[in-house]
Design a protein around this ligand. Structure first.
Ligand code: F6R
Length: 580
């Protein structure tokens, strides 16, 4: 996820772009850049680093001109550095552009362009788009035709804003990546998100997938890929800046939960090919991770063992050196959203010293574990600001499923999540019943057990209530003594091969007076509980983790906020845990 902004009008573009980028920094912060058009020449300034340092050291606001584009980057292809920072330009500088998203066929396109004499300086997929447009302009006298032809050659997701040296126009396109137009008086804006344009206009036009816009001083032309004009209602937004940064949501956590429909899609586009090659060569896999990432690891272990018939262990990273004995036959699979978790770094180091090979799955390009592992997979979830991991968990799962089922069309995951997100409001009432409880239990079996653990972790970290998860069968071995009148037990009982036994567990806790909340799509079970939370049904039971986790994320969010807490900044916790 990156932040894009564009402007054309009568004011100084660089000031507007600089202000916009500052408000989009939450979308990416490893490098920043702007390009401003001035009398048929483009002033391009970019550098690795946080917005404040780069914008002042390169004196962004001194760039002159009334049209320009800007970008704050969250690396997906290539490490953070000046070369890989946006905007990207052809060597001749005829096409300069910014992009958010992932171009899946960029390697093929790059090879083709190289064979036609193009030379590249970055590792990004974005630079390829600039060259592609430039190449297509050679055979199309109309720039718009060349732009559309290029878009049709791209597969993957994109929000693109292109600036051409010879034209006072911005060419804008969107597919599976957000882009909003802002309409002012004789001035026009575009950005990945409304905050970038707050204070400049209140009138917005969110673009849909497959739409193209041409912005000039005269107005906005909105059309489809066949150049048919598109007419639609504008929206008026009167947010303050803080609300706008959170996309209109009161907290980043809620925004990030709602984003999952799109973030999993970007994760499903992740390049897993070379990691998969290494995975296929090994029969013994040690998965190491902490917290939420450990829960993703539990699901990976289940799938590796039951589907790929590989021997897999999942070990909490801080315990690895005490309990494991990796050797040259071992493949270590390290999962870490931040890529900086000290426990993971240390255990990876330990395994490497013993001769193990390694794969890292992370969200952060250039993070420490990517420099240690033999292969890295980036989950492409975009920055997660809320301390509690939400979208990065489903992104980890999406990548894991892609590794286990490389031939399968997994786009259904996006649909399951989109459906599950619709139940947001319904979850509030269940949260109310849990506000003042001392202890809350979560139970599940099979693939639902790691999700029960993740539900309990989410709840305890942001609501400060004691929450514990158990495999359903384990209750009778001890924890059942804690169940008495009114104790909440969240029962994960999807319609899969665990349903029969989970019904038994439900009866077991109900008989002791528990306040049982069942997460199910099984009508029979629904009637047996004190309350039931709807779960989206799936054709393949292996996909239930995606429909079970969303209600649990909402539940923890609502319990936290109803208790008057800030879920984005839970006490005593940090987003990146760099101490052992
Ligand atoms: C829970 C949470 C933590 C992290 C854990 C590992 O919501 O955020 O439990 O999952 O600290 O962090 P990473 O994945 O960055 O190694």
């Amino acid at each position: 996820m990156c932040g894009i902004v564009g402007y054309i009008g009568k004011s100084n573009a660089s000031e507007i772009l600089t202000e916009g980028l500052k408000r989009l920094e939450y979308r990416g912060y490893d490098s920043v850049g702007i390009a401003v058009l001035n009398n048929n020449s483009i002033d391009l300034r970019k550098e690795k680093g946080m917005f404040n340092e780069v914008s002042s050291s390169l004196n962004f606001v001194s760039a002159e001109g009334n049209a320009g584009i800007g970008h704050t980057r969250w690396a997906t292809h290539g490490v953070p550095c000046k070369r890989n920072a946006h905007p990207h330009s052809t060597p001749e500088g005829d096409v300069v552009l910014v992009h958010n998203g992932v171009i899946e066929n960029f390697s093929e396109l790059k090879q083709e362009l190289i064979s036609k004499g193009h030379t590249f300086e970055s590792d990004t997929d974005t630079e390829v788009i600039a060259h592609l447009i430039s190449e297509n302009m050679k055979s199309n006298s109309d720039t718009l035709d060349a732009f559309i032809k290029s878009l049709k050659q791209l597969s993957g997701s994109y929000a693109i804003v292109a600036l051409l040296k010879k034209e006072n126009k911005l060419y804008v396109a969107k597919k599976n990546s957000p882009l909003v137009l802002g309409l002012g008086e004789n001035e026009y804006f575009c950005a990945s998100d409304i905050p970038a344009m707050i204070g400049k206009t209140k009138t917005f036009l969110p673009m849909k997938d497959g739409e193209i816009a041409v912005l000039s001083g005269e107005g906005v032309l909105l059309m489809d890929m066949d150049k048919n004009g598109v007419k639609k209602e504008t929206i008026e937004v009167d947010w303050d800046i803080e609300k706008a940064e959170k996309g209109g949501y009161p907290h980043f956590m809620l925004k990030e939960i709602m984003e999952q429909e799109h973030s999993v899609q970007d994760s499903l586009s992740a390049d897993v090919s070379s990691a998969l090659e290494l995975l296929n060569k090994h029969e013994k896999i040690d998965i190491i991770a902490c917290g939420t990432s450990y829960h993703a690891g539990l699901i990976f272990k289940y799938l590796l063992e039951t589907r790929l018939k590989k021997k897999a262990d999942v070990i909490i990273a801080s315990e690895y050196s005490y309990s494991a004995s990796p050797d040259s036959e071992t493949l270590v699979f390290a999962i870490s959203q931040s890529g900086e978790t000290a426990d993971v770094i240390q255990s990876l180091k330990f395994a490497k010293e013993k001769g193990a090979k390694s794969i890292a799955l992370t969200n952060i390009v250039g993070s420490s574990i990517t420099r240690m592992a033999d292969k890295t997979i980036f989950m492409n979830a975009g920055p997660e600001i809320g301390v509690a991991a939400t979208k990065t968990f489903t992104s980890q799962l999406a990548v894991i499923y892609k590794l286990v089922f490389p031939e399968r069309d997994l786009s259904i995951i996006k649909k399951i999540i989109a459906e599950s997100l619709k139940n947001k409001e319904k979850i509030k009432e269940y949260a109310e019943n849990m506000l003042n409880k001392n202890s809350i239990f979560f139970i599940g079996r099979g693939l639902s057990y790691p999700i029960a653990r993740e539900g309990a972790l989410k709840l305890k970290e942001i609501s400060y209530l004691h929450a514990e998860a158990y495999p359903g069968g384990e209750l009778k071995h001890g924890p059942l003594s804690l169940i008495e009148e009114g104790v909440p037990v969240v029962v994960l009982s999807p319609n899969d091969n665990t349903a029969g036994k989970m019904m038994g567990n439900l009866k077991e806790v109900s008989a002791r007076g528990a306040y049982s909340v069942v997460l199910t799509d099984n009508k029979q079970i629904e009637g047996q509980a004190s309350a039931s939370i709807p779960v989206v049904s799936v054709d393949d039971p292996l996909l239930y983790p995606f429909s079970l986790i969303i209600p649990l994320q909402f539940l923890s969010y609502y319990v936290s906020t109803m208790r008057g807490l800030d879920p984005d900044k839970p006490r005593n916790l940090a987003k990146s845990v760099t101490v052992e």
